[in-house]
Design a protein around this ligand. Structure first.
Ligand SMILES: [Zn+2]
Ligand SMILES: [Zn+2]
Length: 194
């Protein structure tokens, strides 16, 4: 048995962003709370040994599993991360462009409302804050847009980073050969079916 199977699975984060920053692709798990992001780093990721950090991607239709784990110098507070996410342009860009290496950073994700942003800020619908009606629940004024309320977000990247060099995209039929991925799907999918 792999010792990896005893590490708890953590999926209480909002998603993963992929961005170019410092000349390299960054993989950025998004945490909604600054304190929580700090303790996740100090208690868990700080103790990871860079060469043993693994990230895995398993695609299923429009979605994919993001899986991340590592050996730790402090095994009693170690965690493995997973999340089922919607495929996105940035995900596809990362898949094509990572070149075998990425930085791991945490990001603090803050939701912004109409009153928090500049007029030129973009809403998740793609239109500017200025194009939303403050007098009418912040609806988007474009006729062909069905956005009912301005919403936007900001990601603050934490400075500390780790280097990931073990990045693999897998198909579900091959997960048995990869212990981290197998443990994840076994614990979070197969053992919960029926
Ligand atoms: Zn909008
Ligand atoms: Zn709109």
């Amino acid at each position: 048995m792999s010792t990896q199977s005893s590490i708890p699975w953590f999926d209480n984060f909002m998603g993963v962003a992929y961005r170019y920053y410092d000349l390299r692709m960054n993989v950025i798990p998004l945490i909604s709370d600054r304190k929580e992001s700090a303790s996740l780093w100090h208690d868990t990721i700080h103790w990871w040994l860079d060469p043993s950090i693994k990230i895995r991607f398993v695609e299923t239709g429009n979605k994919y599993w993001f899986i991340m784990g590592s050996d730790s110098q402090k095994p009693d507070t170690n965690l493995s991360f997973f999340k089922i996410l919607q495929k996105s342009k940035n995900y596809e860009r990362f898949k094509k462009g990572h070149g075998g290496e990425a930085y791991l950073r945490l990001g603090v994700y803050t939701k912004k409302s109409l009153s928090d942003v500049k007029k030129s800020a973009l809403c998740n619908c793609g239109h500017k804050a200025d194009d939303h009606d403050e007098g009418d629940n912040d609806v988007c004024l474009y006729n062909d847009c069905d956005c009912k309320q301005f919403s936007s977000f900001q990601v603050n990247l934490l400075k500390r980073k780790k280097t990931i060099t073990n990045i693999v995209f897998l198909e579900e039929k091959d997960v048995k050969d990869d212990p981290l991925t197998w443990n994840c799907l076994n614990a979070n999918k197969y053992s919960k079916q029926n």
